[in-house]
Write a protein that binds this ligand. Structure first.
Ligand code: GDP
Length: 476
């Protein structure tokens, strides 16, 4: 973005000469039709004592703009809790124990439905638990920009202690700035030692309250149901400090917790409503899916007509299966359709980008993103001896993420069919003491195949190794 000196003069209500003079004082030599960038224009404005209003960023047609809620419109909402921790430390058992001890008499006989999240009622306070234990789901949702968890419960088995996934979970919660409550589980076990766990937690920066820190530690047993109520009380305590609020009187916004294609019912998505109230008949969009809310089912399997903030519900009526972490929003029909369509084409373009052929320069990025497991290479060389030498050099290359695999090796110049093969196999073409002919050059351009030519084996190995570790020097 920029403006000419003339336009600035009109905007500021100052003579062109004055503007040019001020610019000169700022070290910018300008003429009347010179384009001045925004940063300079801002400095200039402040020199004249003019305050510039920031222009709002251009609207992304695939985004649904969120409406800011006024402070008065906000009402308390229940906390949303995720249970994390090392495998076998009792995450699933704890979720079950919490659920079993907190369904009232008449509900106990009823069928509880797995919809990916459930609400319990503890002393007239609701708490929502996400029913997908582990930090993978948590992180996957966060990676898509969704932040649904208010509190993380870190389960640590008293007879096993802090383990690698415990530390991972701590780091994920910290990265998301979500407070952690530790549930030291399996205290019914003979080898249980809560103090030892507290010591280990301290080493991870989680210092318990009685040791002068801020971390709440609750000893529990999912098996004997000991400590479950204390844990729920602590959740409510932390939630109270967080002062969780949302405006229930607006169009709903939520996050997809899980979704699947049901044979009989079509796309089914569990939504955690975060703002507003979701109602039957609302037009919704979630990712590239849209539709009208045809029916809603809560975690008890009951049909409901509306869902308020922090309520998880299964939603029927979407055109397609959205992804966990997608934002669900209530919009008008035209917006739903047109934004969904724009998202579909945007996704198509992105997918095409991913199909672009491998190059040495983007190799490391693709390895890091986990998109690449094999580095396919087509070799053309001046003789069989060189091919053998290269083959051995590649075999000796150790990289646990990526394997070098030779799609084809031949003697002679790089020709069009080498390029087409590389294109189909998403491979690089390496020429050793040979060059591409004219047709192969054209084909490589069209097919976006990376051709590299070398004269020294060491350089080949060096470049490939450097590319794998992200150390490849840029080509000028
Ligand atoms: P997850 O992998 O973290 O979800 O762990 P699970 O909930 O599947 O539990 C792993 C194992 O530990 C299962 O065999 C459970 O029965 C057992 N377990 C879980 N909680 C307790 C507990 O409080 N006491 C005892 N003794 N065993 C438990």
């Amino acid at each position: 973005e920029s403006m000419t000196v003339k336009e600035l003069s009109a905007k500021f209500g100052r003579e062109v000469g004055e503007i040019i003079k001020k610019l000169m004082m700022l070290g910018v030599m300008a003429t009347i039709n010179q384009e001045i960038d925004m940063d300079t224009a801002k400095i200039l404005a402040s020199e004249f004592g003019i305050t510039v209003e920031e222009l709002p960023p251009a609207e992304d047609p695939t985004e649904i703009p969120d409406i800011e809620d006024s402070a008065e419109s906000l009402l308390p909402r229940p906390p949303v809790v995720t249970i994390m921790g090392h495998v076998d430390h009792g995450k699933t058992s704890l979720l079950d124990a919490i659920r079993q001890t907190n369904v009232t008499g008449q509900e106990a006989g009823g069928i509880t439905q797995h919809i990916g999240a459930y609400q319990v009622n503890y002393q007239n306070n609701k708490i929502v638990f996400l029913d997908t234990p582990g930090h993978e789901a948590f992180t996957a949702m966060r990676a898509r920009g969704a932040q649904v968890t208010d509190i993380a419960i870190l389960v640590v088995a008293a007879d096993d202690g802090v383990m690698p996934q415990t530390i991972e979970a701590i780091n994920h919660a910290k990265a998301a700035k979500v407070p952690i409550i530790v549930a030291v589980n399996k205290i019914d076990r003979p080898g249980a030692n809560v103090d030892r766990i507290k010591q280990q937690l301290t080493e991870q920066g989680l210092v318990t309250e009685e040791w002068g820190g801020e971390t709440i530690v609750v000893p529990v047993s999912a098996k004997t149901k000991t400590g479950i109520n204390e844990l729920l009380e602590m959740i409510l305590l932390v939630a109270e400090v967080q002062d969780l609020k949302a405006n229930p009187n607006r169009l709903a916004i939520g996050t997809i917790i899980e979704a699947e294609l049901d044979k009989g019912r079509g796309p089914v998505a569990t939504v955690l409503v975060q703002k507003g109230t979701l109602r039957i008949g609302d037009t919704i969009i979630a990712g590239t899916a849209y539709g009208k809310v045809r029916a809603m089912i809560n975690d008890r399997g009951d049909k409901v007509k509306k869902a308020t903030p922090s309520t998880p519900v299964e939603v029927l009526g979407l055109s397609d299966v959205p992804m966990a972490g997608d934002i669900l929003a209530v919009v008008d029909e035209n917006t739903a359709r047109s934004v969904a369509e724009k998202r579909v084409s945007k996704k198509r373009i992105e997918d095409m980008g991913q199909m672009q052929k491998i190059t040495l320069d983007d190799l490391f990025t693709q390895i890091q993103e986990g998109k690449l497991k094999d580095l396919n290479i087509v070799i053309k060389a001046d003789g069989q001896g060189s091919i053998e030498a290269l083959r051995q050099a590649f075999a000796g290359m150790q990289n646990k993420e990526v394997r070098v695999s030779l799609v084809h090796a031949g003697v002679g110049a790089i020709n069009e069919s080498d390029v087409m093969l590389a294109s189909a196999a998403n491979a690089l073409v390496i020429g050793f003491n040979v060059r591409p002919d004219a047709n192969s050059r054209k084909a490589a351009e069209a097919e976006k195949v990376d051709i590299r030519t070398y004269r020294v084996i060491y350089d080949v190995v060096n470049d490939v190794e450097a590319a794998m570790t992200g150390m490849l020097a840029p080509e000028y």
